[in-house]
Design a protein around this ligand. Sequence first.
Ligand code: SF4
Length: 89
Amino acid sequence: MGGHVPAGLAVEVNASTCRMRGTDHVPIRCAALTGKIGQSVACGIYEWRPSPCHEFEEGCHACHQARSRHGLPPLDAMTAREILRIPDI
Ligand code: SF4
């Protein structure tokens, strides 16, 4: 699972798979997520997040689905740039 997730935050599923604590029950909330959903959240282990989290992009279909589960609208590219404070090129 990336090999750098701090101890206690990953749960072993089987010999080759782990998942983040808190993602195996409903409501789903990764134990590493800080803040209040719908207001301001962040990954508390961003530098050490597992590889699936590196592949998850703001505004992708999975992002829309995750936001929808919390009653939030899809994140458009402009909003994502504002939230992430990415300067215009
Ligand atoms: S990016 Fe999200 S799902 Fe991944 S470790 Fe951080 S808070 Fe958890």
